[in-house]
Structure formats: structure tokens, C-alpha cells
Design a protein around this ligand. Sequence first.
Ligand SMILES: Nc1ncnc2c1ncn2[C@@H]1O[C@H](COP(=O)(O)OP(=O)(O)O)[C@@H](O)[C@H]1O
Ligand SMILES: [Mg+2]
Length: 255
Amino acid sequence: MAGETLLEVRDVAREFDGFWAVNGVSFFVREGEIVGLIGPNGAGKSTLFQVISRFIPPSRGEVIFDGHRLFQLPPYMPARLGMVRTFQITRVFQRMTVWENVMVAGKDHPGEVFLNLFLQPRRVREYEKGQAERAKEIVQYFRLWHLKDSYAGTLSGGQRKLLEMARALMMRPRLLLLDEPMAGVNPALKEEILKYIVDLREKGITFLIIEHDMDLIMKVSDRILVMNQGQLIAEGPPDKVQADPAVVDAYLGSA
Ligand SMILES: Nc1ncnc2c1ncn2[C@@H]1O[C@H](COP(=O)(O)OP(=O)(O)O)[C@@H](O)[C@H]1O
Ligand SMILES: [Mg+2]
């Protein structure tokens, strides 16, 4: 099922004042895969995402996405190339409605500025109509349509997670980096989020997902990467990783 390498991470490291939060991490993700990135709190998972997605600079290493060396490109490029991420703490705009949140996310899309500058007003209107149609499909897909005029600040934690995924989809991602998409969500909605992930993979999206809860992410992942203290300590299919003594140690040690 998995295809060509879509993301390759080579010896990525990030230091904060002498502390190596990420300390030489290498792995790859193939097109069509769901890869889970697990590890105890403080392992460096979110920092690794920050660096891969160009939100913060690396201390060393290389990230290649779809053949592009990301560290040699401006920070806005990963999203334009189709690598889109969500945040551990959702970043939806509380004082905007669900609908506005989704529409605004589409504004970050490649070519938006270009289109507005160079197209005839009629073409711009057609483009915007297309964006609105896409937004409607996405909001309906996540079953948030009845909430489209609600302020995002009034949503439950789980609904906010869905809204954040909806916003990410507006960017037409090829690879979605999800940082704890199920944290703080009730168990029923956790299952629902997992179903969306599996369904979106069927639709052609590749996933790299950070999750603290091993059991949850094991259900959907083709492969698991395990981080501890800034480094990868295990990698492989879920059943193999779950039985790995180093992984058990890392989790118990952090409890
Ligand atoms: N901006 C920062 N400045 C200093 N230390 C940081 C910063 N961001 C993260 N860290 C530290 O790096 C380590 C890894 O954090 P993080 O990547 O958030 O871990 P995880 O997501 O696996 O729980 C933690 O010890 C954290 O305190
Ligand atoms: Mg984190």
C-alpha cells in the first residue's frame, strides 16, 4: 500500500540553551502511510514537529519533503508544498465562527495572493466560490455544519480538534502532521477522530501523528516511531514496538 518516500528526516537536532530537546533523529514516511510518533512527555516530539514544519529553526540536520530540502526554503513553503500541521494546543480562532475559521485557513493556500493580484475580478470570484464549496464539503464531512455559525470558543475540546483538522484540509495537504489530535477528547470522539484519520488516508493523505497514548495510536498506525530524551529508541510495526523492553522502560521510567 505504501508508496515512495514522501518525508525524510536526517539527523535532525534542536538545542535550547545547552539542552538538546531533539538530538539526532532520522526516519522516513512513505506516501500513504500512517506513522505514529510516541514517547513520554518531554521526549521532544512536539519540538521535532516544530522543526520539521519550519516553525522553529533546527540546530542541525536535513528534512526532505517530496524532493525539496525544506531547511533551504522559506518557512511558509512546507505548507505550500503540501505538508500541513496541527498543534497540541488547538489554534482555532476563538472569536471567529466555525465557518470563518475554515474559510480563513484556505487563504493561506498557495496562489491565493497571486490569484488576487493577477486574475480578473470574475476569476477571483469563481476561485472564492470554489473555496466556499470546498469549505462546505469539509465542514459537512466533519459533521460541524450545524455549528457553522457558532463561535469556535464555544465548541467542546473534541469539536475544536475536528475544526482544526478541517482547517488543515483546506490547505489541500499531502502529509498531515497531527500533534496529539485526541488529547483532551472524550473516548467516543477519540474513536471518531481515528475513523477520520483512516478515512482520509483512504482518500490519499499521508499521516505522521504524535500521540502520548500508545494503545490508541497502535490501532491505526502502520509503523510506530518511539522517542525518548530527544532520540528515537525504537521503530517498527505496532506489535513489535509494544513488546520492546526499551519502550516499556521509557514509559515506566516517566510514570
Ligand atoms: N522553547 C523551548 N525552550 C526551552 N526548552 C524547550 C522549549 N520547547 C521545548 N523545550 C523542552 O524540550 C523538551 C521536549 O519538549 P517537547 O518537544 O514539547 O516534548 P513532547 O512533545 O515529547 O512532550 C522538554 O524538556 C521541554 O521543556
Ligand atoms: Mg508535545
